[in-house]
Design a protein around this ligand. Structure first.
Ligand code: ZN
Ligand code: ZN
Length: 245
């Protein structure tokens, strides 16, 4: 059944609102399930010119990156976006006229800084772009490892940490030149905070893991949160007080 006049009018009103808010023709067409020509006609009738260049990047680098990843077993992330044309077929992404490697963006998500060298996955999963699995080729140093066998990564975490007098947990294991606390287990290096988070909360952390207490770099699981927990907390506060905290 074709849409009624009222439905069409409502849809066109929505086009005018979105166009006035600065959305591109393509974005409006996608959101409202219309073809671009109809959107352009409504735009023209309302006197709202199309944006210069036709389209505008509305996603941040990180948002666009996230849209091009797919989680796979083992906590790895596969890249569904473009690859470089050379023999390395490096996962890459264009944003606002710049080309980035997906690994570099992943490294930045994890560490909050750019790698000095290249970002490379150290998990053994080919071309993995999981943020926690990226390391910086310029700062990675060999890590001293005592020859002790541990049955589980949690057992090794316990062996390489100690509880402080005031109830926090301190790392006593190896630290890389760039200050990362690395737990090597099963042939893979794991950031200690992510292992501690997983051991306590029973799930993979999403986004950076930070300690919420005032002990620097505390590794007590109960004191760690991830982006998902911080977002949920913020949403709860917004709900309670009607504003973000
Ligand atoms: Zn991986
Ligand atoms: Zn703590």
């Amino acid at each position: 059944m074709p849409p009624s006049r009222a439905e069409l009018a409502a849809k066109h009103q929505r086009v005018r609102e979105l166009a006035a808010a600065g959305r591109s023709t393509a974005a409006i067409a996608r959101e409202l399930g219309m073809d671009r020509r109809s959107v352009r006609e409504v735009r023209a009738t309302a006197g709202i010119p199309a944006l210069p260049g036709g389209t505008v990047q509305h996603l941040t680098v990180e948002e666009k990156w996230a849209e091009r990843t797919r989680p796979v077993d083992g906590g790895h992330l596969e890249w569904t976006g473009e690859h470089s044309t050379g023999p390395s077929r490096t996962p890459v992404m264009r944003h606002s006229g710049q080309t980035y490697t997906a690994g570099r963006i992943a490294y930045r998500i994890q560490h909050g800084t750019d790698p000095t060298g290249h970002a490379k996955p150290d998990c053994g999963h080919h071309r993995c772009v999981a943020p926690a699995h990226q390391y910086d080729t310029a700062t990675r140093q060999p890590v001293y490892e005592p020859r002790v066998h541990y049955d589980s990564i949690e057992a090794k975490l316990a062996a390489l940490t100690e509880t402080t007098d005031d109830g926090h947990v301190r790392w006593t294991g190896p630290t890389t030149a760039s200050g990362q606390r690395v737990l090597s287990f099963g042939g893979t290096n794991h950031p200690a905070a992510r292992v501690a988070f997983r051991a306590h909360w029973g799930r993979e952390p999403i986004g950076p893991v930070l300690s919420a207490c005032d002990y620097p770099h505390c590794l007590l699981g109960a004191h760690l949160d991830d982006k998902q927990a911080r977002d949920a907390f913020r949403a709860m506060f917004t709900g309670l007080f009607g504003r973000a905290v």
